[in-house]
Ligand binder design. Structure first.
Ligand code: IMP
Ligand code: MG
Length: 170
């Protein structure tokens, strides 16, 4: 496979990150926030977003997997859990892409059971907009089609994460 076309440019992505950063700065101006990045895909989103924040914020990371190659396996597995106890904290989960919703639904269940004070989601790319999203994503990046995409943290078999734009493979 090789990259066939750029879908969302670096400057469009950076503009969106700025907008979302501003919203988060407003929404959490008076509150402590713990951002949970879902590895590996969200590492670039988190690092770009972090630089825009002017609030009291900490970070932790979780690693989950559901994909094998370009297909969802239908099961989510925690590869690395959080280091921090989230009880009583304001939590924002940052995920790279929303496809079937399996990953975020699973994380919502697990993390709600740990009794955070609040739990919100940010998702950089959302696939197949016509289908119903089973949870409320407070901060949304871009809606995209059903194609398999890479770049801006997203991989195909470990490759292409470093691209500063979003691209389609063929
Ligand atoms: P979901 O659980 O089906 O919503 O899938 C979410 C996870 O699948 C994401 O965190 C990605 O790791 C992976 N994924 C889904 N679609 C793509 C894609 O187009 N490119 C790369 N990874 C994807
Ligand atoms: Mg992922």
């Amino acid at each position: 496979m090789k990259i066939s076309k750029e879908l969302i440019s670096e400057s469009e992505i950076q503009k969106k990150i700025n907008e979302i950063g501003n919203l988060i700065n407003q929404d959490y101006a008076e509150k402590d926030l713990l951002i949970i990045g879902i590895l590996k895909g969200a590492f670039i989103t988190i690092s770009d977003l972090a630089k825009r924040l002017k609030i009291d914020v900490s970070f932790d990371f979780m690693s989950v997997s559901s994909y094998e190659g370009t297909e969802s396996s239908g099961q989510v597995k925690i590869e690395k859990d959080l280091d921090i106890d989230i009880t009583g904290k304001n939590i924002l989960i940052v995920e790279d892409i929303f496809d079937t919703g399996l990953t975020l639904s699973y994380l919502k269940n697990i993390l709600e059971s740990r009794n955070p004070k609040s739990l919100e989601f940010m998702c950089m790319f959302i696939k197949n907009t016509e289908k119903e999203i089973p949870l409320d994503i407070k901060y949304k990046g871009f809606s995209i089609g059903p194609e398999f995409v890479v770049g801006y943290g997203l991989d195909h078999e470990g490759k292409y994460r470093e691209l500063p734009y979003l691209a389609v493979l063929s």
